[in-house]
Design a protein. Structure first.
Length: 532
């Protein structure tokens, strides 16, 4: 401390980070954009957006993510899902990264993870790339200048894309590594310029810390009725299922698009910005998100653009299908200024069904909601992870297995208790395929999805007639005003009903086999709801 104020350089020195070149502390967006352009990290696009490439890695590297296996977390980490790293290997990696950083310029951002001051985490992010500093400044929450005067980080992230790990020396799989050390409160990221690793590391961290406080961490977007934060809704889903698109509805206030907590006080956003997919982005269907791609300091990742006019090509996936833009939440006109909402009245579980079996919407009992939450069925969409080139059916428990350090039933029981206490209505929404599987059918019309969601959220859907689904036992609306009734019956959308039946039987069997792993840990009512 100096005159009652924190000296960031001293704080870095306390962590062994010394001997660096120029270090920029908590620069604002204009300075970060200037640095990034001067350093040749990207170009200034139309409207002042920052156009950049993430290089070799255009998606996350989940197989290169590790947790340090120390005695303090030995019995609480879900090791079947989280690769362990020995403490000694982490120490070598840390020392070698610090040595590599000597004399190089770095950018430091001191930020909050969490809109609720009771549960937020103070995070320092040290980045080698100026645009990474800009990205994480958008994605986490920005303290005021007065708050920075007394900011002391609880956790630190060091991101060094130019450092290549040595698997033999550092106990990792490849030259790329993302590793969390809960004892040292330190996250190291190396040999990847994909900016999403920064935000997902923070999410993983909160997914471990918050359950001990009775807070449910959720891989979900959230919104609430305009002028009525009590009327909140959350949208669970993996990347590409529509969390960002569907929560950014013009008739509701956006709380956030990806990561939230549910505490005894209500819902709160972990982040201060959005990280939206831009492939095939439609200015008519998604005007607010489209507009951000031409706003000052929006980070536009891996998009093809005309080198002279700088026009963005939203349909070109030649670099990756995982094109994205990152922007502060206030770039969305109807975004919440506080990032806070009430206890969810509606819980929507988004799935991208590449089999073309599931209906566009179904009402779930609380037990069925637990079944589908623990199952986490969806399809990984192209580009989100390295190696995924087309929709791949998968089960990602809690709709976010790559970010879950604790066992799934920890999160399942937390959610179950909160649904029971606050009486939320649960829905399963398929944004995947209809009229056939991937390659034969077509994507679910977004206009129909929006209409069904609006009816669910305003309560009018509860008044229509429902039928019991023969495959999964949940309730499916028979007819909804403004929606083609055929769409509500997936079997009727297929040219060959027998082929649908065979595909449905295949999917039911996949669900059953996957869910067997959770049977020893769940309540009897969830077991009974497994398959109708």
């Amino acid at each position: 401390m100096t005159n009652g104020r924190v000296n960031p350089a001293q704080e870095l020195a306390h962590q062994g980070i010394t001997g660096l070149g120029n270090v920029s502390y908590n620069d604002l967006e204009p300075a970060l954009v200037e640095y990034a352009i001067q350093r040749g990290e990207g170009r200034l696009g139309k409207g002042g957006a920052f156009l950049c490439s993430t290089g070799q890695f255009t998606g996350r590297s989940p197989k290169d993510k590790f947790v340090v296996r120390s005695t303090s977390v030995e019995n609480t980490i879900w090791w079947e899902n989280n690769a362990p790293m020995a403490p000694e290997a982490f120490d070598r990696l840390h020392a070698d990264m610090l040595a590599h950083m000597q004399g190089r310029d770095y950018f430091v951002q001191d930020l909050y993870a969490g809109a609720d001051p009771v549960h937020r985490l103070d995070v320092r992010v040290v980045t080698e790339l100026a645009w990474h500093g800009l990205f994480i400044r958008h994605l986490l929450r920005r303290p005021s200048r007065e708050e920075l005067d007394s900011f002391v980080p609880e956790w630190t992230i060091i991101n060094c894309p130019s450092f290549k790990a040595d698997p033999a020396r550092h106990g990792c799989r490849t030259e790329t590594v993302i590793t969390l050390n809960f004892d040292k409160k330190l996250i190291l990221i190396a040999n990847t310029a994909y900016a999403g690793e920064n935000k997902k590391s923070v999410f993983t961290l909160l997914n471990y810390l918050l359950p001990e406080k009775g807070v449910m961490p959720m891989h979900c977007s959230a919104n609430h009725a305009i002028g009525n934060p009590v009327d909140s809704a959350v949208f669970f889903g993996l990347s590409g299922t529509g969390k960002t698109t569907l929560s950014a509805a013009p008739d509701r206030t956006l709380i956030g698009d990806d990561e939230h907590g549910w505490s005894d006080r209500g819902t709160f956003n972990f982040e201060g910005g959005c990280y939206a997919k831009t492939i095939n982005l439609d200015p008519q269907a998604e005007p607010d998100i489209y507009a951000t791609t031409h706003r000052f300091a929006t980070v536009v990742e891996n998009m093809v653009y005309d080198p002279e006019t700088l026009e963005l090509d939203f349909d070109d996936d030649s670099l990756t299908a995982n094109t994205r833009c990152a922007y502060p939440l206030d770039y969305i006109p109807n975004a919440s200024a506080t990032g806070l909402g009430g206890h969810p009245k509606n819980i929507i579980m988004l799935t991208c069904d590449a089999f073309g079996v599931l209906p566009p919407i179904a009402r779930l009992t609380p037990a069925q909601a637990m079944y589908h939450f623990l199952s986490g069925f969806t399809s990984k969409v192209a580009g989100t992870e390295r190696g995924v080139t087309e929709p791949t059916p998968t089960f990602s428990t809690c709709f976010g297995a790559p970010f879950m350090p604790r066992r799934p039933e920890v999160y399942g029981k937390l959610l179950q208790a909160k649904i029971a206490k606050h009486g939320a209505t649960c829905w399963l929404v398929n944004t995947g395929w209809t009229g056939g599987a991937y390659g034969t059918g077509r994507r679910m019309p977004i206009k129909a999805t929006r209409a069904l969601l609006s009816a669910a959220l305003d309560g009018s859907l509860a008044a229509v007639d429902f039928r019991r689904d023969a495959n999964f036992g949940f309730d499916v609306p028979v007819a909804v005003p403004g929606v083609d009734a055929t769409l509500l019956n997936p079997r009727a959308t297929w040219a060959d009903p027998a082929a649908y039946d065979a595909q449905a039987a295949k999917l039911v069997d996949m669900f059953s086999k996957n869910f067997a792993q959770y049977v020893p840990f769940i309540d009897d009512d969830v077991k009974a709801a497994a398959i109708g």
